[in-house]
Design a protein around this ligand. Structure first.
Ligand SMILES: Nc1nc2c(ncn2[C@@H]2O[C@H](COP(=O)(O)OP(=O)(O)OP(=O)(O)O)[C@@H](O)[C@H]2O)c(=O)[nH]1
Length: 306
């Protein structure tokens, strides 16, 4: 290492990364392998991002925060479009993206679709091509997969890994940290927030609440998911408690509708989308509250996850 490698903060780097790839590409398993046993669940809210944090990798040379992105899909509805916008937003907010492609499956249209979307990002976020599950195939096939992946887009780096036997997991962490900006740790050592899909659930409720009244209430709604937990004694039902904030009582009236009819519809519509997202039945407990001028109040904004 040369001294010119050192930036401020003694060469320490910190920032955000996310993994993308087709379903089953091995993103979650890789995240767990990278984060290792240093997982501590706390209820604290992330201060610097409104995306769900999946894990934090603490290293001597840097701190890597892995954030979640919902899966990208071909949009059919406005909500689908909004979800894809959320994906792109996450991609352009992170410092590095890892595109995961399993070693045991041909590089296909799904991978190319994601790569093409990544290439459209306005900010040039570096993308690392990751061949996952190398333990499943002979070495020769890993080499061929590297060649095939190389043609898909312009990668900052390519690396084969196995989350199962640990092959090159440390090397991947080093590569990812190397793409982060110089800066002090963003979270205390050992801290990890785990808000499973809560951000996205809030987004779905907000979207349902805006349906049809977007012109009247464009930016005056915020949603906070207070709690999401499995119903006691049941493994097929999740209770979701959420609060929908508006700024004025006139807006509350719009959301509620005549005798609360509209709010009921909002709940039903949001519930369907949340169930599709989580793959399980949910009970949605939704309340409307007035938070005066929340858009201009930094303290309230933080509480609302902005
Ligand atoms: N042999 C082997 N299997 C792996 C490895 N990584 C993941 N898998 C398996 O591949 C399957 C999918 O892994 P996940 O980590 O859930 O994949 P994912 O990309 O997060 O999937 P989605 O959440 O559907 O997008 C699981 O059955 C894992 O056990 C690996 O390195 N080696």
């Amino acid at each position: 290492m040369t001294t010119t490698d050192h930036g401020p903060d003694g060469g320490f780097r910190s920032g955000f990364a996310c993994f993308v790839g087709r379903p089953n590409a091995g993103k979650s398993t890789l995240t767990n392998a990278l984060v290792g046993t240093k997982v501590a669940i706390t209820s604290s809210k992330p201060q610097t991002t409104r995306h769900t944090i999946r894990g934090i990798v603490h290293r001597a040379d840097g701190q890597l925060i892995l954030v979640d992105t919902p899966g990208l899909h071909r949009p059919r509805t406005l909500l689908g479009q909004r979800l894809n916008d959320l994906v792109r937003e996450t991609w352009s907010e992170v410092d590095v993206v890892g595109l995961c492609v399993p070693a045991d499956q041909k590089v296909g249209p799904g991978d190319k679709f994601i790569a093409a979307e990544l290439a459209k990002l306005p900010r040039r976020t570096p993308v690392i091509g990751i061949i996952t599950k190398t333990d499943l195939v002979p070495q020769q096939q890993v080499a061929e997969q590297l060649l095939a992946l190389q043609d898909v887009m312009d990668f900052a780096d390519l690396i084969p890994v196995s989350a199962v036997d640990g092959f090159q997991v440390g090397a991947l962490a080093e590569l990812l940290v190397g793409k982060l900006p110089f800066g002090p740790p963003l979270y205390p050592d050992g801290e990890l927030t785990d808000e499973p899909e809560a951000t996205l659930v809030a987004e779905l409720i907000r979207e349902a609440a805006l349906e049809g009244v977007r012109d009247e209430l464009p930016h005056s709604i915020a949603v906070v998911v207070e709690e999401m937990k499995p119903r006691e004694g049941r493994d097929d039902l999740i209770d979701v408690h959420a609060e929908l904030f508006v700024e004025r009582s006139s807006q509350k009236a719009i959301i509620l509708g005549h005798r609360g009819e509209r709010l009921k519809q909002v709940g039903t519509s949001a519930r369907k989308h949340i169930e599709a997202l989580l793959g399980t039945r949910i009970y949605l407990d939704l309340h409307v509250k007035i938070a005066k001028d929340w858009q201009r109040d930094p303290k309230q904004l933080r509480r609302l996850g902005f």
